[in-house]
Design a protein around this ligand. Structure first.
Ligand SMILES: Cc1cc2nc3c(=O)[nH]c(=O)nc-3n(C[C@H](O)[C@H](O)[C@H](O)COP(=O)(O)OP(=O)(O)OC[C@H]3O[C@@H](n4cnc5c(N)ncnc54)[C@H](O)[C@@H]3O)c2cc1C
Length: 467
């Protein structure tokens, strides 16, 4: 079996295929495993690609996480806040903190517009066509404008009116900011399930430690994880993939054949690398899909600038969307006590001003923004580097499902090819869901269970749920 990509989905698939007794080769483009969940070491400090906490409701994935992570899993007390209009708001929101934060007039406006939304809903006067409609319908316009709009548009880079309502339904129904406010303001008597909201599991040496251990398992089972192997062509004979071609770090071309192929490279790239080419309508569906790039400015800072695991930055006057301090996840993330490894996150379009900026100017920009927010003084920043992640977020834009249906319809015809994972299936999957798609795809391919990895639940409720 050939698996393209050594991220959570590819490695979970490789572990499972190895358990079943198959011969497996994982081909990973980068020089390290873990994909978007990898951990990078710089000057002895460790950085993930933004904050990565592990949580799952899937008992099998939980078992795998505990088994692989054995001895290295910490339970981290969660502290996260929102930075908005030069103030910090507890996340989830709490009534007094919110009231003092936004002020009495704004709190009254939130309640009033919530009331209007309820009335509109009761008389059937609300049409839900997009993310904005969905949020306004449930929480009122004022709350939407205050706490949803800026952050969401920073992350996705498109107006909230162009984001599919389905995404809001998946991501927000559990908690996100909205339920936090509602529970805090309207239903304070409801109890929070502390284990879900206040704590999360985290590998001692970063999110990527789990996948480094998983890759080791794959190799100990006699299988291969080849890093620095970028798949550039998928050769097919009608509805059967016969081989993939990949380039190594020296620019040499190689070929790998197998009976089954699981691919976690971005779905659009997978289709575009088919030889012979995919039909025109499939290629044009691909071109209609967009991903959002992620850029992390990683800084080693002297001192402990904030106690939070991460802070959501809603303020419009800075470009960053979130800032993380990994020392607050695990002390082992810092090279020594007293230092803080931070990631300042930006979401980008390919070719936009931030994406193409030099490393030096990005570090200076992050320092300026942190100083403006009074979080870190520039002279406390000791070192920095930038990690760019292309196609990190599939954009769940209105109408995207039509294009996915065309692509999926064509892929379903293949006898021995399955896309897996987050970018590979163009789904807003977290680590656990990505791993689940890998497990199911491996079993389906090897004939031990017939399942459809496309059906892996992407319900976000588990992440922020309340009891
Ligand atoms: C900023 C951010 C924060 C996140 N926070 C969380 C969180 O808190 N909790 C959580 O559970 N999840 C979180 N996630 C999601 C998590 O990172 C992903 O769900 C997970 O990494 C997806 O695994 P995957 O294997 O599907 O894909 P990836 O992690 O993308 O792995 C795919 C792999 O394929 C490789 N590849 C791509 N193309 C090729 C090619 N042509 N040839 C060979 N190899 C190739 C890539 O290099 C990569 O290693 C976050 C993601 C981001 C970006």
């Amino acid at each position: 079996m050939i698996i393209v990509g050594g991220g959570p989905s590819g490695l979970a698939a490789a572990c499972e295929a190895g358990n079943i007794g198959a011969k497996v080769s994982v081909l990973e483009r980068l020089d390290t495993v873990g994909g978007l969940s990898r951990t990078t070491v710089f000057k002895g400090s460790r950085f993930d690609i933004g904050p990565h906490r592990f949580f799952t409701r899937n008992a099998e994935i939980q078992r795998l996480f505990v088994e692989v992570g054995a001895g290295d899993i910490l339970n981290v007390r969660r502290l996260t806040r929102i930075f908005y209009n030069d103030r910090y708001f507890n996340y989830p929101l709490t009534p007094l903190n919110t009231l003092f934060g936004v002020g009495v007039p704004s709190s009254a406006a939130i309640l009033a517009s919530y009331g209007i939304a309820r009335i509109k809903r009761a008389i059937g006067d609300s049409t839900i066509e997009n993310f904005e409609d969905w949020v306004v319908d449930r929480f009122g316009r004022h709350l939407f404008e205050t706490f949803f709009k800026t952050y969401t548009e920073k992350v996705w880079g498109i107006p909230c009116t162009r984001i599919a309502a389905e995404w809001a339904a998946q991501r927000i129904k559990g908690l996100s900011l909205a339920t936090a406010v509602l529970n805090a303001v309207f239903r304070p008597q409801r109890k929070i399930a502390k284990s879900l909201v206040d704590e999360f599991a985290y590998p001692r040496l970063g999110a990527g430690q789990l996948y480094e251990k998983m890759a080791l398992r794959v190799m100990q089972a006699g299988n291969r994880v080849r890093t620095g192997a970028r798949v550039s062509r998928i050769r097919r004979d009608n509805w059967r993939v016969v081989a993939v071609e990949f380039d190594d770090n020296f620019g040499c071309r190689h070929e790998a054949d197998g009976r089954y192929f699981l691919v976690s490279a971005p779905l659009t790239e997978m289709i575009e690398s088919m030889s012979p080419a995919a039909p025109p309508e499939v290629l044009s569906a691909c071109r209609a899909l967009r991903y959002r790039n992620h850029l992390g400015v990683n800084l080693i800072v002297d001192g402990t600038p904030f106690p939070d695991n991460w802070i959501y930055v809603h303020s419009k006057d800075v470009g960053m969307a979130r800032i993380t301090n990994y020392a607050n996840f695990s002390p082992a993330m810092a090279s020594r006590a007293g230092l803080s490894p931070l990631t300042v996150e930006y979401f980008c379009r390919p070719g936009d001003e931030i994406w193409v900026a030099s490393e030096h100017s990005l570090i200076e920009r992050a320092k300026r923004e942190l100083s403006r927010m009074k979080i870190v003084q520039p002279n406390c920043v000791l070192e920095g580097f930038v990690v760019r992640s292309e196609k990190a977020y599939p954009v769940i834009e209105i109408g995207y499902e039509r294009h996915i249906a065309i692509i999926k319809g064509w892929l379903d015809g293949f006898e021995n090819l399955l896309p897996i994972g987050r970018s590979g299936m163009f789904k807003y999957n977290n680590q656990d869901h990505a791993m689940a798609t890998g497990l199911l795809a491996a079993r389906t391919a090897l004939g031990v269970q017939r399942c459809d990895p496309w059906l892996v639940n992407i319900d976000a409720e588990y992440h922020e749920s309340r009891g």
